[in-house]
Design a protein around this ligand. Structure first.
Ligand SMILES: [Zn+2]
Length: 302
């Protein structure tokens, strides 16, 4: 278990990991404090730790059953402890102090913490996991496109919802949905954005890389560029560029829409990304940040 940490859409690469103790999830205080701009200081007598952010104070004592948040006593599920020089604090206390929401993504052993992103709050995003049900999409060895598009879509949906956006899908996990049915879902949901997820294929394993598509509108092109960059920042994958193409869902969607081809299911390099659940989570993080950055770059116009 490696106890990864993601805070506000970024993987924490500093020291320390998250850790379950007696069914309580702990995080190193340093990770949250540094990422979120809080100051921490040890007070020698009586020995305790003071965390401060935006005029709010949290007082912690190692081994104590309670903490003080703005002078109010908060009972802890499990006492704060120190491990390898890191002050380990229950995630619920950190989230309460910093105003974050959290989830634990079990298959990649990651604690994901997020604030309500001002850019994303209340925004409607429809995610279109390519293929599904009777239509498996590309099959390459034991890789089936429809399973992976669903996997990445689900991860992206969870990240968006944790940050205050409203995510919906054009199909459920095992569902078959025609292109016309997908467009109908988009028309009825009237989202701000649509992100369609597919994989690519070619005859030879040397073809690898990321392509992101838009069609016909300037905002769609901007969204494609942000999403493309977000993914490239997050995973190592050859860059095949942002392209324009008249894919059915792009042509018929009333929302600002992009279609991501997240590597080649037939590519020797890209298959390593598809098979690795953590890299799929990171790809979803990249798409998430691309969406956030796109909306932040167009204040008042969404
Ligand atoms: Zn496809």
């Amino acid at each position: 278990m490696c106890g990864r940490i993601v805070i506000n859409g970024r993987v924490w690469e500093g020291g320390g990991t998250c850790k379950w103790v007696d069914e309580v999830l702990f995080l190193p205080l340093q990770a949250a404090a540094e990422r979120l701009g809080a100051s921490c200081r040890w007070i020698a007598y009586p020995q305790h730790l003071e965390v401060e952010k935006d005029g709010k104070t949290l007082i912690l004592e190692v081994g104590a059953e309670a903490a003080q948040l703005q002078g109010e006593e908060i009972l802890l599920d499990h006492p704060v402890f120190v491990e390898k020089g890191m002050v380990m604090v229950p995630v619920t206390l950190l989230c309460r102090f910093f105003g974050l929401f959290w989830t634990y993504v079990e298959d990649v052993d990651a604690a994901v913490l997020s604030r309500t992103e001002p850019a994303l709050a209340g925004k409607r995003v429809v995610i279109d996991p390519g293929h599904g049900g009777d239509d498996p999409g590309i099959i390459s060895g034991d890789l089936v496109e429809s399973a992976f598009t669903w996997d990445v879509a689900r991860r992206l949906g969870d990240l968006l919802m944790l940050s205050g956006a409203l995510a919906a899908f054009t199909r459920q996990q095992e569902e078959t949905a025609s292109l016309a049915q997908r467009v109908k879902v988009v028309e009825e949901a009237r989202p701000d954005l649509l992100v369609s997820i597919h994989f690519n294929s070619f005859l030879c394993p040397e073809h690898n890389g990321l392509e992101t598509y838009w069609y016909s509108s300037w905002p769609a092109r901007q969204l494609a560029e942000h999403v493309h960059k977000g993914i490239l920042d997050e995973i190592e994958i050859p860059n095949r560029g942002v392209r324009e193409s008249a894919f059915h869902v792009l042509r018929h969607s009333p929302a600002v829409s992009v279609l991501v081809k997240l590597g080649f299911a037939t590519g020797a390099g890209d298959q390593q990304i598809l098979k690795d659940s953590w890299l799929r989570e990171r790809a979803a993080l990249g798409i998430f940040r691309g969406i956030r950055d796109f909306i932040e770059a167009r204040p008042g116009r969404m």
